[in-house]
Design a protein around this ligand. Structure first.
Ligand code: NIG
Ligand code: FE
Length: 413
């Protein structure tokens, strides 16, 4: 089936070839004014300027006044969870810190208890509804982590739920094994015992059943050290899982350096960076994935996006959707917050949330820009005065429709 979208006021992020964007390159966002786009069987077949165009396609959609963007590529989420944690949100308002909540069995351990008590079908049902929600918010490709299981059974349960989502979802899903999210209570005094469980009990089954694409470790003071991170990642790598790690969120944990040393696809969070961590990242092929809604929700200083970009890093943006530190998977908000709080230019933020996010999931050949051969996963905006208006008017919904594989989605926000 062939569809033509015509009279697009601005077709955003149009590219002839793929490239991971770093440093100054992030500020250049190629766009076409008054454009058309031809979609064949869900794939972008052709695009260009409307002038002189004689359309031969019978199925034409008029997009007058609308901006069309590649759908968001959300490369870091914990979308599978059993329950929300707004009670901790209130605790924090009352002055209790994230670390204190974690130390008394809240936080990740709270989510793990709830995962253990929730059936696989129920987890699938709630995750599917969250996935529908984020697609309506314009997400067209997503990474989802385990990490609230913290036992062989719990981690496999989460990964099987993600596998079902992957098999049934209209958008590409990548899976990350995050068994090393924290130490479960029974291993509080026996860290090596839990690391052995990850390496010898979890990873072989995950590899056999092809349950993950990547391996993640929460490299953080009080969680996993850089040495432990390296051991766990190397074990994952022996099973074909590339590292994508939680680094430098709460402390200068050494996570960035170990991620770069391992050739990680990405190091994510990066709230707490010094010059050494920034220079190490800038000199590497590893992507720095910034999660501003997590910093916002935890009332932490935002990631130093400007310093990272000015140093020449390849930066991506993601939502970190999870019940503890970012209970929102709305990438429009992530993009807006990046401009407002981290002083990214709208062009930089859109590139970071599309093409660089696709690279952070190795999905750059399928999605992340308007390019012939990529999926027609697109955001159609309402009439807005300009591209910069999208992050500027941060409280409004600018999305008119979302298209996935060439089909307009029924669920709207
Ligand atoms: O990415 N930092 C570690 N993990 C999650 C939060 C986990 C939780 O509190 O549930 C994050 O922010
Ligand atoms: Fe996370």
């Amino acid at each position: 089936m062939t569809t033509e979208i015509t009279n697009i006021r601005l077709l955003v992020n149009t590219r002839q070839q793929n490239q991971l964007l770093r440093g100054k390159e992030l500020a250049s966002l190629p766009c076409l004014q008054n454009a058309y786009l031809v979609i064949e069987d869900g794939i972008i077949a052709e695009f260009g300027e409307v002038k002189n165009r004689q359309s031969k396609v019978p199925d034409v959609v008029d997009a007058s006044g609308q901006l069309v963007l590649p759908a968001w590529c959300d490369s870091h989420t914990h979308l599978v969870f059993a329950a929300s944690r707004e009670e901790e949100f209130v605790d924090k308002i009352n002055g209790i810190s994230y670390a204190e909540i974690a130390a008394r069995g809240g936080g990740i351990l709270n989510s793990a208890k709830k995962i253990a008590a929730t059936s696989e079908p129920e987890l699938l049902r709630s995750a599917r509804s969250r996935l529908q929600e984020v697609i309506a918010y314009g997400t067209g490709a997503i990474e989802i982590k385990s990490g609230y299981g913290l036992s062989v059974e719990g981690e496999l349960k989460m990964l099987r739920v993600i596998k079902r989502l992957k098999e049934t979802s209209a958008i590409p899903v990548k899976t990350t094994f995050l068994g090393a999210h924290t130490y479960p209570l029974e291993y509080k005094e026996n860290h090596q015992g839990y690391i052995d469980l990850i390496i010898h009990e979890m990873l072989p089954v995950i590899a056999r059943e092809k349950l993950a694409d990547y391996i993640d470790v929460f490299c953080e003071t009080g969680f996993f050290s850089p040495g432990e991170t390296e051991t766990i990642c190397r074990a994952g790598m022996r099973h074909g899982l590339k590292p994508k790690i939680h680094a430098n969120q709460l402390n200068l944990s050494g996570g960035t350096q170990v991620g770069v040393k391992l050739g990680a696809i990405s190091v994510d969070h990066l709230e707490t960076m010094d010059d050494d961590a920034i220079q190490t990242l800038a000199g590497s092929t590893t992507i720095g994935t910034l999660l501003p809604t997590a910093a916002y929700f935890l009332r932490m200083p935002f990631q130093p996006a400007r310093k990272l970009i000015d140093a020449g890093c390849a930066v991506a943006l993601a939502s970190d959707f999870n019940p503890g530190s970012s209970p929102s998977g709305n990438m429009n908000l992530v993009v807006s917050m990046s401009c407002i709080a981290m002083k990214m230019l709208p062009e930089e933020a859109i590139n970071a949330a599309t093409i660089n996010g696709a690279y952070a999931m190795e999905l750059q050949n399928e999605t992340g820009s308007i390019m012939v051969g990529k999926k027609a996963n697109l955001i159609f905006t309402k009439p807005v005065p300009s591209l910069a208006y999208l992050p500027y008017a941060f409280g409004s919904n600018h999305i008119d429709k979302v298209m996935i594989n060439g089909e307009f989605q029924k669920s709207r926000i």
